[in-house]
Design a protein around this ligand. Sequence first.
Ligand code: COI
Length: 467
Amino acid sequence: MFSYAGNALTRLTFSNGIEREHRSELTGSSRSKRSHRQVTLPLRTYAARTRPYSSADATKFLDARKLPFLRATKVINCCSSLSMRDSGSSGATGTAPVGTNRNTAAQRVGRAAVDWQSLGFGFTPTNCYVKAVWREQTGTWSPVEVVPYGPNGEATFPLHVASTALHYGQSIFEGLKAFACADGHVRLFRPQENARRLERSALRLNMPVVPAALFLEAVTRCVYENLEFVPPYVEQGGGGSLYVRPVLFGSGGRIGLGPADEYTFMVLVVPVGNYYKGGLSPVTAYISTNYDRAAPRGVGHVKVAGNYAADLKPSMEAKQRGYPINLYLDAREQKFIEEFGTSNFSAVRYLDENGNRYVYVTPDSPSVLEGVTNKTLMELSLDAGMKVERRRIPVEELATFDEVFASGTAVVITAVDQIVYGDQVIGIGKHPGSGQVGPVARRLYDTVRGLQTGRLPDRHGWTYLVA
Ligand code: COI
């Protein structure tokens, strides 16, 4: 069983006996205590999903859990009223009840009127988003509600004028992706990792935890209701996916500083292509020496919206200088590599002349975001027999690496072959500036994409079946 007991300490116990603990930083207010009482969830909510999602799941999911703070009443099933936005087709897809044969992934995937060839990383209104609300009054989460966008793609949301998200930045988010796979199914990649990280972020900002089961339900439901917007499977790897954006924010109003009395958990999806135009192609990074990303005991390790707001000015300054990606050093000493503005830092060193043995190096820092993609790359590197080092990386070491790349859900991997540091340009590898992608970055990228799209066998059980 997976059990969760939140207060000052969270303990995760798995059926194989492994235990994991992490300490929360709650102030111990009565609100926090109430929102973190002990619950027990079946392990299967954390396991890879191997059965397609259906409407019955939504009901079972809620019925099965008599969680004290998740008082399920009914599932608001809007699917039957939804249609593919601007699809020009009033056809069968998107209109039948969830879980019928007509609504298989094969019939719905890629049917929306989207130009799949020129997908970037912009917002596109889809059929709907989903949400659940937590209120202090009841100390419970509402059932997952499916909310259609407006008839003309209106994507606005009513919010209390004094919401703590707006005034005090009480807002956290996640990013994960769903893929059309080679076998015609649609799968999410490692959503359990995002559920765990959202929990850590929520505890740090004194917000109620979204139970993993609720997280998985909302994410699965949102992808299912928007299957038309999943980019079609492309044999040679098109780079397209349905980006899933869960957000948890203080929606209740409060003017004095304090936690909100109401929180909204919302999940939206957008079809995306590459985050950077060049995809995996190498770019030049710029070290933002005038700014810190996050303090050692601050909120850099969790996915707090404000971390990204704080990066806007430094990253725009880097872009204005002609560098698409910026890199931070540690806040305390300005000596060690921290991470890129929107993604983790990784480097590879070839251990012999022929480049046959490799070591994967990534920063160990209390203020670096615990990236799901970086974790995946470390695990795949170990699988491939590489050494993995998680340690402090002095900025002087940059020039000694054979490969450097940024990793994150949105970018997957972006190779970096030059780094501007003050008035120096540090070349990475043997041919900096040549536009070549290193063999390790290429192999890791292909492996991740292969796993995500089902071209490679999922030995770790990382994929999670939606439809
Ligand atoms: C992601 O990689 O999913 C992120 O959260 C980065 C964001 C700036 C797109």
